[in-house]
Ligand binder design. Sequence first.
Ligand code: ZN
Length: 476
Amino acid sequence: MDDLATLGQRMRHFRTAAGLTLDQLGADVGIAASQLSLMENGKREPRLSLLSAVAGRLGIPVSELLSPAPPSERAALEIELDRAQRGAVYAELGLPAVRPGRSMPDDVLRALVGLHRELTRRSKQAIATPEEARRANTELRMLMRTRDNHIPEIEDLAEEQLRAVGHTAGALTHHEVDLIAERLGFELVHVGDLPHSARSVTDLENRRIYLPPASIPGGHGLRSMALQAIAHRLLGHEAPTDYAEFLRQRLEINYFAACCLMPRTQSVQFLGQAKTDRDIALEDFRDAFGVTHEAAALRFTNLATAYLDMTVHFLRVTDDGAVAKAYENDGLPLPVDVTGSTEGEIVCRHWSARRAFARTNRTTEYYQYTDTPQGTYFEATQTGTGASEEFSITIGVPFSHSKWFRGRESTNREQSRCPDASCCKRPPSDLAERWSGKAWTSAKVHAHIFSPLPQGTFPGVDDRELYEFLATHAES
Ligand SMILES: [Zn+2]
């Protein structure tokens, strides 16, 4: 369509430049002026024999007519307006298409095209709104629920990489991560000036993966980040076109990194033995592989249903009770908003995820039985302190599976009736009576989990920062 529009524009341009009317040129090449007009408007495709005749009459080579460039700025604008008016964004508005005929002044045409460009830009921006992000995130959680939070293809891919570098037991070392990168033809480079918005940057031309400085010994953060960057390459990711794809890619690279740090074979062996011993404890799993409690808990959800025959739930909750991350395939009634999204929603005060904050001794896991309308669950919670707030990490299973876990003899037991508001959301009636209408407060603005993202090729990362960074380092 665009090709035809450009061809038509070029035919008109050279005809008027030659000082010929449609009638004159039509008569000279043996075609009706009305047909020629349709071709100049991009509505009909001229045959090559006709193009030769037209070019011959106008004294130019046929290649001049067939060039893909619009013949003038005016023509380029007309083509762009035509294309914008045929697009889906404009069609939704139900407005008439305007023909940029010769009577339309240049500035009117420029203004119209400028408005169309802005309309397109805004419609693209709307894709990255927090609402869109929450919706995409919920869909992904529901999808992973149907898969028991397990992705066999990525498990296989990770085991293949580990085998190739000779990793068979224990925690994955930095050196082994280097070797995995090397096999892919990449060099890991630690730098102190990564763009603020990026966790890692890959220079595809010079085959380098830039990571933050290796200044934090121990911890799995750096290995994990390097493995995530490697995963993008192994999984053949392209720049994401929407938020859903961005989230899916993020899930996949996190999954791959977790598979490398806690390999399937060894993890299933370790957890299977613990189950046989009726002594499953997340802290042991965490320590055996040298990862964070959260990483171990998430990895447990990947393997529990597929290999240990148990359904499970995972919660990361901040000290104000809000869900930062959650997963369940055991029926736990997660708090959700009208769209089904759980992030930022407040969990029941009686759940282990919140009760654990009240303890004074937080060095070990807190165990609790929680009665809910969906049944009783056994939960193990570990609290921690993040960059700006306290949080708790919980793994829970239906009561029937509690027998496999350390802490099952716990006498902690709580009744939860949430989402019934009388459970813990509504204030007691005596307090409500006493204070209703006699109090005033102003709210903390809750940190949004899915805030709008800067508009770059990669969601959340500023293109300018990214390219300036690459330019600086490619020369060194
Ligand atoms: Zn409650």
